[in-house]
Design a binder for this molecule. Structure first.
Ligand SMILES: *Cc1c(COP(=O)(O)O)cnc(C)c1O
Length: 409
């Protein structure tokens, strides 16, 4: 596969026009949109209007006049088609960690008498840490954090809920959501899916899979900006029973009655706690416009093609240079990123970044490359592998400056 062949793939790519929605700096190949999505062109102007007109001029009237109060449900409804949910099942609120806490506690309350939560060892740390925090509050809990191949084997009568990342943040391995959800249900347990690395990366079909709950991230493939609100999904059949343990005033049925006793809202808004950050939700809502009319099956198809191309090119151009593929070869069991192990991955990534190829390093030894289908071109993949080959062959990464660790990797 040469560069001309990659350019031909770009010319035929039905998602190629989506790239125009983003402000991407010249001279950079950005392969880290799975960690912080790039800035959508619509965001700065929309934010300026929100700040100057809505906050600056209309002041507190904006909660009604500009429907600030409706933002979490309105933005949630815009995310719903990207995860195969109905509009009223999704709320843009809080962060992934907080939403995990809320939904794990809610799931436990829906399975009285069951004490176990099942998750995968090596899952994204915050998912496991939130389980551990809940355990400190509820000492009777039984946390079953097991290797990936044992997840379905430890399902029994005591399991209340399983918490899994649909696409693994390091390896990009993708669970069969429908099969695992069915296995959980067969044991009488509920399934909570973390969609942080799959929303906007592959096709997600929560309703089709029968999922009970899900959480997802606003600042990765959805491009909502650093620290953007996350989202949560509650299946329609659970909306009447689900209890929010963070029973703040905005989850109340009538927050502005200011009554003493908590009474949950009848719909998904019961999963709110506090006043939503309207600045952050405004940015996320503007960013979501880039997804208007985008078919997630096409997104998944292109993610698979980009990953396959990257694997093929690294294996042909960088053979013998110390790289080992840790992501699945089969695109139907992979997300939209690919990770390669290398003994000195940190300095190699720093050298790549200096050369204008931005991916990231994941401890202890992974080079991670994200291929968000709306912005990544096939020629970007080609050019990135050329730089990687040069850096490895010439030993550029041995320069001492590449080994200085920054706080955020
Ligand atoms: C990115 C990510 C998170 C982020 O959590 P926040 O609380 O929103 O910072 C959580 N889980 C997974 C699997 C992630 O990839």
């Amino acid at each position: 596969m040469n560069r001309d062949a990659c350019a031909a793939l770009d010319a035929a790519d039905p998602l190629a026009p989506c790239r125009r929605h983003f402000l991407l700096p010249d001279g950079i190949i950005y392969l880290d949109g799975n960690s912080l999505g790039p800035l959508p062109r619509a965001v700065p102007g929309t934010l300026a209007t929100m700040l100057n007109q809505q906050w600056g001029h209309d002041l507190i009237r904006s909660w009604n006049q500009h429907d600030w109060i409706g933002a979490p449900a309105r933005v949630g409804a815009k995310i719903a088609p990207l995860v195969g949910a109905a509009a009223h099942e999704v709320l843009a609120v809080d962060t992934v960690s907080i939403n995990i806490f809320k939904l794990l506690a809610a799931a436990l309350a829906m399975r009285p008498g069951r004490r176990a939560i099942v998750s995968e060892l090596g899952n994204f740390p915050t998912d496991l840490y939130m389980m551990q925090g809940l355990h400190a509050l509820l000492p009777d809990l039984d946390l079953r954090m097991v290797p990936r191949d044992q997840v379905t084997r430890v399902l029994d009568q005591d399991v209340a809920v399983i918490l899994l990342a649909h696409v693994h943040y390091k390896t990009a391995e993708r669970w069969d959501m429908r099969a695992i959800t069915h296995a959980a249900h067969a044991a009488g347990a509920l399934a909570l899916w973390d969609l942080s690395h799959s929303t906007g990366a592959v096709r997600v079909a929560l309703r089709e899979a029968g999922a009970d709950f899900a959480v997802g991230c606003g600042y990765k493939f959805l491009n909502g900006g650093p620290g953007a609100p996350g989202f949560l999904f509650v299946a329609d059949r659970h909306l009447a029973q689900v209890q929010n343990p963070l029973s703040g005033w905005l989850g109340h049925a009538a927050p502005f009655d200011f009554t003493d006793a908590y009474q949950p809202a009848a719909d998904i808004r019961r999963m709110m706690c506090s006043s939503p950050s309207i600045i952050a939700l405004t940015a996320l809502e503007a960013a979501l416009a880039a997804w208007d009319g985008v078919d997630t099956a096409a997104v998944e198809h292109k993610a698979g093609q980009l990953g396959d191309l990257f694997i093929h090119l690294t294996e042909t151009h960088c053979a013998g240079l110390g790289l080992t593929l840790v992501s699945p070869r089969n695109p139907s069991t992979r997300g939209a990123h690919v990770s390669l192990a290398h003994d000195t991955a940190y300095p190699v990534m720093q050298a790549l970044i200096e050369a204008g190829i931005i991916g990231d390093f994941r401890a202890p030894n992974l080079l991670r490359f994200g291929f968000p289908p709306l912005t990544t071109r096939f020629t970007d993949v080609f050019d990135a592998v050329q730089s990687l080959e040069r850096i490895l062959r010439e030993g550029v990464f041995h320069a001492p400056r590449f080994s200085e660790r920054a706080l955020v990797t």
